[in-house]
Ligand binder design. Structure first.
Ligand SMILES: Cc1cc2nc3c(=O)[nH]c(=O)nc-3n(C[C@H](O)[C@H](O)[C@H](O)COP(=O)(O)OP(=O)(O)OC[C@H]3O[C@@H](n4cnc5c(N)ncnc54)[C@H](O)[C@@H]3O)c2cc1C
Length: 445
């Protein structure tokens, strides 16, 4: 009762100092063990506690800080929050109050037959149900010089500390990659007042989120705001600058140009953390393959978040959607299933929202269309406004918007609700601005 009261009650949040909540004796057995203490892992343990007030829960995380949100790192970079502002739960004693045991430890192996995980200190923990929530890590492309000091990813709090130290006002900063994460970092770096150059090998910005028209619009917007953007360009080498007495770098690009840099930030994609699974015998592809119950090929092991390759909302294919809403949704559904409440997952929808120096861009679902589908496009290049709707039959299945935020919720609702548009489809093809009218007419019936 006390536990539930704390859980649902509105105790005033306090900055949290999470340390290990008690020691774990070697080979202790738990009802539930969750590996990885990011948003997905935290969602799993909290939802498990909701479902099972008494089952023992162990959360294992290998980063030194309390569980935090990577999504909040840009706010840390621009000084809107301190480090504790990135913590997923702010209330002192949050995990202890839920009788969730939290331990800083790295899992190095899983014996699925013995139902036992091995930790990096050599000890082991046994489980009845295991959930893998180990996320992803940034890719370091095989380019000479990316191991030099002053070259960093922007993935962890430790990365953020190093970027804050080097990305001072007026510093020359090169950002490798203008994908979704790259563009989020771009905004934070630009707001720090650095002299920023972005190098993207694709022919446009965010090529996996926006089509050529919208991606080029975004590039032009950034250039107007003083950011140097090179698309269709690769960094070929990073080297120490021999002419500098402050240990700076030179960045070579395949267009023949060379840029001096105090800092290079690498945002060249991510890959699921799978290394510790070598002997676990699980089916893996890009991530750990899971079914509609988020269960792996082992009946006692689940996987969630950036490490999981789970059902796609639109077509049921198995995909890694490395975004936070998917991580927390996965966590909720996996917890229900682990606790014995069989609950299928409806699938995750690719959904990206960017605010790049004041220009909002959004893409949903099958934003680039489906075979046999059709589309409508509205564009105003000078006014930085763009809307593209993608249909399959009479359903909206994907969309992209630049410079428009007013109908985002409606578009999402139509896609997620798989709403039959009937004659409204043709009207929308003539005039996409009627999207709200279509929603009110079709979705509210
Ligand atoms: C700068 C930045 C901005 C972002 N902004 C957005 C955004 O605006 N919107 C959005 O949807 N997404 C955003 N993301 C992506 C989002 O942060 C991820 O999708 C989300 O963190 C995934 O959650 P997760 O719990 O699956 O993985 P993670 O957050 O990566 O957590 C996994 C945890 O498991 C730990 N771990 C790994 N291996 C082991 C092991 N063997 N043993 C123990 N622990 C282990 C990891 O160290 C990590 O702490 C952003 C990411 C970054 C870096």
């Amino acid at each position: 009762m006390g536990l539930l009261k704390r859980w649902f009650g509105g105790d005033k949040p306090q900055a949290e100092e999470v340390t290990d909540t008690g020691s774990v004796a070697a080979d202790t057995a738990y009802r539930y063990v969750v590996v990885g203490a990011g948003p997905a892992g935290v969602s799993v343990v909290e939802n498990l506690r909701r479902q099972d007030p008494d089952g023992s829960i162990l959360l294992l995380g290998d980063e030194p800080e309390p569980p935090y949100s990577r999504m909040a790192i840009p706010y840390l970079l621009v000084g809107k929050v301190g480090e504790s502002g990135t913590y997923l739960r702010q209330q002192q004693g949050h995990y202890e109050d839920l009788a969730i045991q939290f331990r800083h430890a790295r899992v190095i192996g899983i014996d699925a037959t013995a139902k036992r995980v091995t930790l990096d200190d050599g000890s082991g923990v046994r489980y009845e149900q295991l959930c893998l929530a180990t996320g992803a890590r940034p890719i370091r492309p095989p380019i000479p010089g990316l191991d030099l000091p002053r070259v960093h990813h922007c993935w962890t709090l430790q990365d953020a500390r190093q970027i804050i130290e080097l990305a001072h006002d007026g510093a020359n900063v090169v950002l490798m990659g203008a994908g979704f994460i790259g563009c989020i970092i771009l905004e934070a770096l630009a707001l720090r007042g650095v002299n920023l150059t972005v190098v993207e090998m694709g022919d446009r910005m965010v090529p996996r989120m926006l089509d050529p028209v919208a991606g080029t619009m975004l590039k032009q917007w950034c250039q107007e705001k003083g950011v140097n953007v090179h698309t269709s360009t690769r960094i070929t080498q990073v080297e120490a600058n021999p002419a500098s007495d402050e240990d700076t770098l030179l960045v070579d690009m395949d267009n023949g140009q060379q840029i001096p840099a105090h800092l290079v930030v690498v945002a060249a994609g991510v890959k699921s953390n799978l290394d510790y699974l070598q002997d676990a015998g699980l089916a893996v592809d890009q991530g750990v393959l899971v079914n509609e119950y988020l269960r792996t090929s082992d009946a006692h092991i689940y996987a969630v978040g950036d490490v999981a390759q789970g059902p796609d909302f639109e077509n049921g294919d198995r995909v890694v959607h490395a975004i936070q809403p998917t991580a927390t949704d996965h966590g909720r559904i996996a917890a229900l299933n682990m606790a014995g409440k069989s609950t299928p997952y409806r699938g995750s929808m690719q959904m990206n929202v960017l605010d790049t120096l004041g220009l909002i861009s959004v893409s949903f679902g099958e934003w680039d269309g489906v075979p046999g589908g059709d589309q409508t496009i509205m564009q105003d290049k000078e006014g930085y406004r763009y809307m593209r709707l993608e249909f399959e039959g009479d359903r909206l299945v994907g969309a992209q918007c630049v410079g428009r935020t007013n109908h985002i919720g409606v578009i999402r609702g139509l896609i997620e609700g798989r709403v039959a548009l009937g004659h409204w489809k043709e009207r929308l093809k003539q005039n996409p601005h009627l999207i709200m009218d279509a929603y009110l007419s079709c979705a509210q019936q």
